[in-house]
Design a protein around this ligand. Structure first.
Ligand code: FPP
Ligand code: MG
Ligand code: MG
Length: 435
C-alpha cells in the first residue's frame, strides 16, 4: 500500500526510474567528440520538468495493473536482427591522447566515462513479458527516447525563436552558436532513432518516428517573420548577415495560413479557421509526441486495442492542455519565473489562443494578426486586447475542457491504482503550473 503522501507526489512512485533516466540518457548520447558531448548534454544539466518521461513511466506502471489475462503477450524474438556493424568511433590515436577532454560535466556528475565505441548506441533490450507488474525495460527506454526527442526539439526551437535563455540560463544557441545547437539536436535525434529501432517493435518504431515528423510539421505551421532570420548575435548587432528569403518563399511558407480578407469569406469564418489551424498546429508541435509515446507505452504493455486508443487520446488531450497553458503563461508570467523569454509569441508574430479569443470580440485585430504584429505598437495593442476581452480566462477554460477529457480517458483505460491516481494528479497539475 502506498502512503498517502506519495499519491500527492507523482514523482515518488517512479523516483527510482526517474533517477536512472538521466544517467541512461547520458550513456545513450555519448559521442567521440568532446564538444558535441557538451552541447548535447547541456539542456540535461539544468533540471527540466521531465513531464514526458514521467507520463510514460507512470502510465506504464498503471497499465501493468491490468490483469495479465486481459493483455496480449508480445514476446517476439528479434535476436537475429544484426546490430549496426559500422562504428564511427574515432581512431584510437585521437581517443586516448586526451581522454580527459572527452568528459562533459554531465559525465562527471554521473560518473560515466563516455564510451568511445559508444557510437554503436545502446544494446538491444531483453524481450521479457512482465509478470511482476512493473515497468518493462522497453518502457523505460521509451521514456528516455521521448526526453531525448523533446530536448532535440528545444535546441532547434531556441534557434528558430531566437531565444537567449532556457531553464534559467543561456540557451544552447547562445552558449554554443546556432550551428552547434542545430547539429547537437540532430545528433540527439539520430541517437534517439537508434534507440527506437532497438525496441524491436515495428508499430512503436513507426509511431515514435512519426511523432518526430509531426513536431517539424507543427513548427513549420507557425513559421512567421522569416525575413528577420539570422543568429541571435547577428540580430543583436543590428547587422543582417543572412540575406532575407525572397518574397516568393515567404508567401509559400504562409500559404497554408488564415485566408486573407480579399477572399469571399466572413470574419467569423476566418476566426474559426484560424482556431482550427491553431489547434491542429498545437497537436502536431506538442501533443503528438506525448500522445504517441502514451500509445507506444500501451502497445509495449500488450494492452488491447480499446485501451491503446484511450491512452493515445489521454496523451493527445493532455498535450493540447499543456500547450494551451504554455501559451497562457507566455502572457502572464515573467521571464524570470519562466526561465525563458516571456511575451515571446507576440514578438515572434505568433497568434495563440488568448489573441484568437480577443479577435472574436474585436475584429479590428484581424489585420494585426495578418501582418504578424510587425508594425510598431501592434504587439502592445494585441496584449491589451487580450486583457480587455478575457483571452486568458477563456484559454484557461479551454484547457480545463481538455484536462477533463484526459481525466476521463484515464478512467476508461485503467483500473484504479496508485499509479492512476498519480497520473490524475499530474494531469491536474498541468493546469496550475507556473512554468
Ligand atoms: C517549444 O515550443 C517547441 C516545440 C514544442 C517543438 C519544436 C519543434 C521543432 C523546433 C522542430 C524540430 C524538431 C526536432 C525533433 C528536432 P515554444 O517555442 O512555444 O515553447 P518555449 O516557450 O518553451 O520555447
Ligand atoms: Mg517555438
Ligand atoms: Mg520557443
Amino acid at each position: 500500500v502506498t502512503p498517502k503522501s506519495l499519491l500527492n507526489n507523482p514523482v515518488a512512485l517512479v523516483s527510482q526510474e526517474m533517477n536512472t533516466l538521466a544517467k541512461n540518457i547520458v550513456a545513450l548520447m555519448g559521442s567521440g567528440h568532446p564538444t558535441l558531448n557538451r552541447v548535447t548534454g547541456y539542456y540535461f544539466e539544468a533540471e527540466g520538468k521531465k513531464v514526458r518521461p514521467m507520463l510514460v513511466l507512470l502510465l506504464s506502471r498503471a497499465l501493468a495493473e491490468i490483469p495479465v489475462e486481459e493483455r496480449n503477450r508480445i514476446k517476439v524474438d528479434y535476436s537475429d536482427v544484426p546490430e549496426d556493424p559500422v562504428y564511427s568511433s574515432p581512431p584510437q590515436s585521437l581517443l586516448f591522447q586526451h581522454p580527459a577532454k572527452n568528459i562533459s560535466p554531465l559525465h562527471i556528475l554521473h560518473g560515466i566515462k563516455p564510451l568511445n565505441p559508444l557510437t554503436r548506441g545502446p544494446e538491444p533490450l531483453p524481450e521479457k513479458f512482465d509478470e511482476e507488474r512493473g515497468i518493462l525495460p522497453k518502457q523505460r527506454r521509451l521514456a528516455e527516447i521521448v526526453e531525448m526527442i523533446h530536448t532535440a526539439s528545444l535546441l532547434h526551437d531556441d534557434v528558430i525563436d531566437y531565444s537567449d535563455t532556457r531553464r534559467g540560463r543561456a540557451s544552447g544557441n547562445v552558449a554554443f552558436t546556432n550551428k552547434m545547437a542545430v547539429l547537437a539536436g540532430d545528433f540527439l535525434l539520430g541517437r534517439a532513432t537508434v534507440s527506437i529501432s532497438r525496441l524491436r517493435n515495428p508499430e512503436v518504431v513507426e509511431l515514435v518516428s512519426n511523432s518526430i515528423a509531426n513536431l517539424v510539421e507543427g513548427e513549420f505551421m507557425q513559421l512567421k517573420n522569416l525575413a528577420t532570420d539570422g543568429d541571435v548575435s547577428t540580430i543583436a548587432n543590428g547587422s543582417q548577415k543572412v540575406p532575407p528569403p525572397s518574397q516568393k518563399l515567404l508567401n509559400a511558407a504562409h500559404e497554408y495560413r488564415v485566408p486573407t480578407e480579399s477572399s469571399q469569406i466572413t470574419q467569423e469564418a476566418m476566426i474559426t479557421t484560424a482556431f482550427e489551424y491553431y489547434l491542429h498546429k498545437t497537436y502536431l508541435k506538442t501533443a503528438a509526441l506525448i500522445s504517441k509515446s502514451c500509445r507506444a507505452a500501451a502497445i509495449l504493455s500488450g494492452a488491447q486495442q480499446p485501451v491503446v486508443e484511450e491512452c493515445y487520446n489521454f496523451g493527445k488531450n493532455l498535450g493540447i492542455c499543456f500547450q494551451l497553458v504554455d501559451d497562457m503563461l507566455d502572457f502572464t508570467v515573467s521571464a524570470n519565473d519562466l526561465g525563458k523569454p516571456a511575451g515571446a509569441d507576440l514578438q515572434l508574430g505568433i497568434a495563440t489562443a488568448p489573441v484568437l479569443y480577443a479577435w472574436k470580440e474585436d475584429i479590428s485585430l484581424g489585420p494585426l494578426i495578418q501582418r504578424n504584429f510587425s508594425q510598431p505598437g501592434d504587439a502592445e495593442r494585441a496584449a491589451e486586447a487580450v486583457v480587455n476581452h478575457g483571452g486568458i480566462h477563456k484559454t484557461h477554460e479551454l484547457a480545463v475542457e481538455y484536462r477533463d477529457r484526459a481525466l476521463a480517458n484515464l478512467r476508461n483505460a485503467l483500473p484504479d491504482s496508485d499509479a492512476r491516481s498519480a497520473l490524475e494528479f499530474l494531469t491536474n497539475s498541468i493546469l496550475t503550473r507556473r512554468k
